[in-house]
Design a protein around this ligand. Structure first.
Ligand code: KIV
Ligand code: ZN
Length: 563
């Protein structure tokens, strides 16, 4: 397509012509690029350990995402190892592309190439800002310098892998004419995907659609690359912006499970996928298909959505708001009598999605007290969790303990047990051995706790608190001696009924960084103690890590490319 320089310097709203949308290289569907493990993990307090990242990556593969952005390998050895392990175990020939993030700097790109190397399909995602505000205040570079860095670093990345994504950070506030030059240079240097991030969540749907249309119109070599979009939810518009971008030729959507991510989060995967699923006939023509085509617009297995959402929420400690679209607890609940009556008469009166489409079952009773190890393992496998050896044994012991206290064990109970098992894998400095509390009217709430440290030593402490949970936390703090401030404590029940397990999420702050811990038990004081210990273990492990933030950290001097 020839460039139209006069039109390209102006903001022109062209009428949409759905059937002529396939201007960019078109993968034939909308690619889903999941960045839960990279941008999602940038949510305050959401940092994950290696086992948790692996469990999420495996579930993302089952969900059917096309690309997993597994982390920022240059940030720390922990991030590097996680990307490499995911590349080795999830990046199979029929699995997703495994991608790592790298700033436009040699050291970042080299580390990224090494980390994704074990994957059958691997990608380097490199980025540099293109907005004047970022150039002037963050990078302190001229437009010409950024253009030259883009050429040099994309070419370097392309010398290491065949699949290179380039992002114009803060594209939403960049001068389109300058950004078009940078994109053209990136494609010339070998970029196969061009990503357009609305980094600060500032764009509105019409503007964002026009930004993508302008790229399609004005970048002469754009047909050699897939156009991708990335966006934050500061104004709650990320999903709407992306759907508008699809109408103008974007064919890759960068999103996260439950919409977690930097500040107000990223565009939510489940909302995008379900919008494209439910409104397929509306979007089909923008991909050059007849409206009535039944071919799915994405490769996502929608029935895996609920399970993936719960896993991510449990492991990151980021609760899903009850009214959240698609995965919130109330998303399929009808409260008003008129609605209930309508749904009973005909489901479609008030429902646009059958809950089973997103894998929301009737929370069926799966196992009981007499169920054996193989039934337990088989049910876990049906739910998509594979535990072996010690991990399976430990989870089975927890299941038996629970079955003694709770008559019926549902899938949600099993998910709670397994997600906690995953959280406790890896190096844990403290193990909770015993908790005992006495509380009630006329008593001072008192807790006695026993912790085991990595050298096998058991130590006990007692404390008085304002309530039993406070007393437990104080006693644990006396033992652990790791300065921290408790900033959040929340309890919710896993299932209905008086014998339900309580799920506790705790967030601690130390040196301005948040660490979360999560646990479930029929005794909420025990769950609170275990969640507190899980958060302390993360704090201790995280304190040794001090990761670089991909967008906030300046380039190390040695890494600033020489021009
Ligand atoms: O928000 C953003 O701009 C990013 C880029 C690194 C893609 O996360
Ligand atoms: Zn982002």
């Amino acid at each position: 397509m020839a460039a139209l320089p006069l039109e390209c310097s102006q903001l022109i709203l062209i009428p949409l012509n759905p059937l002529s949308s396939a201007m960019a290289r078109d993968p034939g569907r909308v690619l889903i690029f999941d960045t839960t493990l990279r941008d999602g993990e940038q949510s305050p307090g959401a940092s994950l350990n290696l086992e948790e990242k692996l469990a999420i990556a495996q579930q993302l593969a089952r969900l059917g995402v096309d690309i997993i952005e597994a982390g920022f390998p240059f940030a720390s050895s922990g991030d590097f190892n996680a990307v490499q392990r995911i590349a080795a175990s999830v990046g199979t020939p029929d699995g997703p592309v495994i991608c790592g993030l790298a700033r436009a700097a040699r050291g970042d790109i080299k580390a990224c190439a090494e980390a994704v190397a074990p994957a059958a399909h691997r990608r380097i995602h490199t980025f540099i800002a293109t907005s004047d505000i970022h150039l002037e205040h963050k990078l302190r570079k001229s437009r010409a310098e950024v253009l030259a860095i883009t050429r040099e670093m994309v070419a370097y990345a392309r010398s290491l892998v065949d699949d290179v994504e380039f992002s114009c950070e803060d594209a939403g506030r960049s001068d389109p004419d300058y950004m078009h030059q940078v994109i053209e240079a990136a494609i010339e240097a070998g970029a196969t995907t061009i990503n357009i991030p609305d980094t600060v969540g500032y764009a509105t749907p019409t503007e964002f659609g026009e930004l993508i249309a302008g790229i399609n119109r004005c970048v002469p070599n754009i047909e050699q690359a897939v156009i991708s979009v990335h966006g934050h939810n500061d104004l709650g518009l990320a999903v709407a912006n992306f759907l508008e971008a699809v109408k103008h030729g974007a064919r890759q959507l960068e999103c996260t499970i439950n919409g977690i991510g930097e500040r107000a989060g990223n565009a939510s995967l489940e909302e995008l996928v379900m919008a494209l699923h439910v409104r397929r006939s509306y979007y089909n023509p923008f991909l050059g298909r007849p409206a009535e085509s039944t071919t799915p617009l994405t490769a996502v297995h929608t029935e895996e959505i609920t399970k993936t959402s719960r896993l991510v929420s449990n492991l990151t400690g980021m609760a899903v708001q009850p009214n959240k679209a698609i995965v919130g607890a109330n998303a399929f609940a009808h409260e008003s009598g008129i609605h209930q009556d309508g749904v009973l008469k005909h489901r479609l009166t008030y429902e646009i999605i059958d809950a089973r489409t997103v894998g929301l079952s009737d929370n069926r009773i799966s196992l009981g007290k007499l169920s054996g190890r193989s039934a337990f393992r088989a049910r876990l496998e049906e739910l998509g969790y594979s535990l072996d050896g010690e991990d399976l044994n430990d989870a089975f012991v927890r299941f038996k303990e629970l079955a003694d206290r709770k008559r019926e064990i549902s899938d949600r109970d099993l998910e709670a047990i397994v997600s906690e098992q995953v959280q406790q894998q890896g190096e844990a400095r403290f193990l909770l051995r015993r908790v005992q509390v006495s509380c009630g009217t006329g008593l001072l709430p008192t807790a006695t706790v026993t912790l085991e440290t990595t050298d096998g030593e058991e130590r006990s402490e007692a404390a008085i608190g304002t309530g039993p949970v406070d007393a437990v936390c104080q006693a644990l703090n006396r033992l652990a001696r790791v300065p921290n401030e408790l900033v959040e404590f929340s309890v919710k029940s896993v299932t209905e009924g008086i014998d339900a397990m309580g799920e506790v999420t705790i967030r601690l702050r130390a040196d301005g960084v948040l660490y979360s811990g999560h646990s479930a038990d029929t005794d909420i004081v025990v769950a609170a103690a275990q969640a507190f210990v899980n958060a302390l273990n993360r704090l201790v492990a995280g304190g040794q890590r001090v990761p670089l933030h991909p967008q906030k950290a300046p380039l190390p001097v040695a890494e600033i490319p020489r021009l």
